[in-house]
Write a protein that binds this ligand. Structure first.
Ligand SMILES: *Cc1c(COP(=O)(O)O)cnc(C)c1O
Length: 359
């Protein structure tokens, strides 16, 4: 077996232990004589799988009783529309624009009401997170939407922004489960699973119960969070197999000591890479220091040809998908929970060698 280090922003690496477990259970799930892929989602065996996945995620993220956990489809991008449809009661909402995903969320909300950009970091290609104070928030906004970790630019909110008594909604697609987060500070947290939780096809929505039930009448049934909650995420066929793998990932994270431990591991990996970048005379990290992401590390040489050469040589050395997002160029190393420390070590020693050879 040969595994390489995959620095893709998503879909991304899964823990090897999880892949092995899934392989072991692939053709005969615990004596049922069938794969999880072939099972009725209404069967008691599958009910056990989804219920256990939810229970483990609740444990892992310390999700309070008064929050619903929904296992949905459509990716984070579908939630960009579902959020205004479910929560824009007065027709107004505030958005913080810290990257392309946040901008897309704002664009989608503008189809349904008066969505306002209250702060943006577009002036410097989203290299920082603008400061948010309660007085910036519109008094009549139903919620404030943020993108907690900006996958494309490698920035993250250094802390949960203070939006006064407004409900905060966060896209956490690329940082969910990377460290502990106080769920009670948010009305809604959502994340596409393919970054830090599972294969693609699943979107997790964590929503405070009292916020449900106000969807606009024209909201498509499949986007109505209350209907999804009332049906235990099984109004229709859920992404069964992806939920099963997510469940294995939750168990893996719990077995390693939960999110405190994940944070410790992730800090160690990110520090190794950023410390090298800060001392390098060839490579430069692009995000402002105070807002650096632990999950997506963006960097450049300043020479597009050299960037290209770097990515090609890295690939030859078993480190793939280091090319930055097409909108920004350069390099991006996504080092989610499943990336082992050894992968980052290998990357840094390769970068040192490349630097010496390309002075
Ligand atoms: C990847 C990503 C998205 C888009 O996710 P899809 O599941 O492909 O719709 C949205 N927001 C953030 C922060 C992302 O990283």
């Amino acid at each position: 077996m040969s595994r390489i280090y995959n620095f893709s922003a998503g879909p991304s690496m899964l823990p090897l232990e999880v892949l092995k477990k899934a392989a072991e259970e692939m053709t005969d799930y615990r004596g049922t004589g069938m794969s999880v892929m072939e099972m009725s989602h209404r069967s008691s065996v599958y009910e056990g799988i989804i219920n256990e996945a939810e229970a483990d995620l609740r444990k892992l993220m310390n999700i309070p009783e008064n929050y619903k956990v929904l296992f949905l489809q459509g990716g984070a991008s579908t939630q960009f529309a579902a959020i205004p449809l479910n929560f824009m009661k007065t027709g107004k909402a505030d958005y913080v624009v810290t990257g392309q995903w946040a901008k897309k969320a704002l664009g989608e909300a503008r189809k349904y009401g008066d969505a306002k950009c209250i702060a943006s970091s577009e002036d410097r290609t989203f290299a920082y997170i603008p400061e948010i104070t309660p007085d910036m928030v519109s008094p009549d906004a139903d919620y404030v939407h943020i993108c907690y970790n900006n996958t494309i630019y490698g920035t993250k909110f250094p802390e949960i922004p203070n939006v006064g008594d407004k409900m905060l909604i966060a896209d956490m697609s690329s940082c969910i489960m990377s460290e502990p987060v106080d769920v009670t500070k948010f009305g809604v947290i959502y994340a596409g699973a393919q970054k830090n939780m599972a294969p693609a096809g699943l979107t997790v929505v964590i929503v405070r119960e009292d916020l449900l039930g106000y969807a606009r009448p024209e909201t498509p049934t499949m986007l109505d969070y209350k209907i999804m909650a009332d049906n235990g995420s099984m109004y229709n066929t859920p992404p069964c197999y992806t939920i099963y793998v997510a469940g294995l990932v939750y168990k893996w994270a719990l077995s390693l000591g939960g999110l405190e431990k994940m944070k410790e591991r992730n800090e160690k990996k990110a520090a190794l890479l950023y410390d090298y970048l800060d001392g390098s005379s060839l490579f430069k990290a692009t995000a402002d220091k105070a807002f650096r992401s632990m999950m997506n590390v963006c960097f450049v040489t300043g020479d597009a040809e050299l960037d290209k050469k770097f990515c090609a040589e890295a690939q030859q050395n078993g480190m793939v998908n280091l090319k930055g997002h097409r909108s920004v160029g350069g390099m991006r190393a996504s080092i989610y929970n499943a990336m082992p420390y050894e992968g980052v070590e290998k990357l840094v020693s390769f970068m040192k060698k490349f630097e010496a050879e390309n002075k």
